[in-house]
Design a protein around this ligand. Structure first.
Ligand SMILES: [Zn+2]
Ligand SMILES: [Zn+2]
Length: 315
């Protein structure tokens, strides 16, 4: 059954979504110890055993001579601004703590507008520890004339071995006219659309502008049944980030009746642990739709495909 000429839709549909990638960062010896000591309101540096360079934050290897820097030192909480820049969100500065040979990048207090190179600053600690760099809340301008201190050697201290992070990417995906029309029809009519190639007469799902076999422009939208044939399947046992279903579940390639392409979806509605014996290539399947209230115009509006038994087919 045809559904008119390809016209696309008036308003391009846009999917607005967030990709979230939680991960764990292994800090290493120097950074892990530095973070643990920040939680104790102490700033840690390292001193090179060979050339005596003092680095803050501490480094596992000397940035001047490359030797292993095994000695940790506690740094004074005062220093001098050696560079400063302003962004929309913060005033950032390189602070050279007294007794340190390297600059320490951190934010200045929000009221440090007139901070300039050479300004004296002091550490301001966060009220509640967060086991992060922000345990040291910021550096504030210090006009008390506090005297320069020097690094004090420390023995064994605790290490923060791992940190939990999450990379979050918020993005918009414009479907374009053909995918947009597909999702529009799914949402409003629970109808799956393909596009017909005028040359090979194949119906392509999802609908697309060009036939990928003949390279000619497709001519019409065509309704495709929500029944089809199981073409291939895989049982997923592994859990991974971003999964929308709980394993085990069956991922399958389905050729919908009236189409020539494969649709990836899940097969469910039966005991998945028997999938290897129960499922057979070529067996008929049928879409099980979600309740209308739960349909949002995506292929997930089909909850899953179920097996059509012999008696239902009238065999
Ligand atoms: Zn060195
Ligand atoms: Zn074709």
């Amino acid at each position: 059954m045809t559904d008119g000429l390809l016209t696309g839709i008036d308003q391009p549909q846009v999917l607005e979504t967030t990709l979230s990638l939680p991960y764990t960062l292994t800090t290493g010896r120097a950074a892990g110890t530095f973070l643990a000591e920040l939680g104790n309101k102490r700033i840690l540096g390292s001193r090179c055993d060979k050339c005596a360079r003092v680095m803050t934050p501490p480094q596992d290897y000397c940035s001047r001579c490359g030797s292993a820097s095994e000695t940790f030192v506690h740094m004074p909480e005062r220093g001098t601004v050696t560079a400063v820049t302003r962004t929309d969100r913060a005033i950032l500065a390189l602070v050279q703590l007294d007794g340190s040979d390297s600059g320490f990048l951190h934010r200045l207090a929000p009221d440090s507008h007139h901070a300039a190179v050479g300004a004296r600053v002091r550490a301001v600690w966060a009220d509640t520890p967060s086991q992060s760099m922000l345990d040291l809340d910021c550096f504030a301008l210090d006009d008390t004339g506090g005297h320069a201190g020097s690094a004090i050697e420390v023995g064994e201290v605790a290490v923060v071995a791992e940190l939990a992070y999450s990379l979050t990417l918020h993005y918009k995906h414009a479907y374009g006219p053909h995918y947009g029309r597909l999702f529009d029809e799914l949402a409003t009519h629970r109808r799956i659309l393909g596009s017909l190639c005028p040359s090979c007469r194949n119906v392509l799902v999802p609908p697309r502008e060009f036939c990928d076999a003949c390279f000619v422009r497709t001519a019409q939208y065509v309704d495709v049944a929500d029944t089809g044939i199981l073409q291939a399947f895989s049982v997923i046992h592994m859990e991974f980030v971003g999964q929308t279903r709980k394993p085990p579940y069956v991922y399958a390639e389905i050729v919908l009746d009236g189409s020539a392409t494969r649709l990836i979806h899940t097969i469910a509605g039966f005991d998945v642990t028997t999938a290897a014996e129960r499922l057979q290539i070529g067996m008929p399947v049928r879409a099980v739709w979600k309740d209308r209230a739960d349909c949002h115009g995506t292929l997930d509006d089909i909850d899953y495909f179920e097996i059509v038994t012999g008696s239902e087919r009238g065999d």
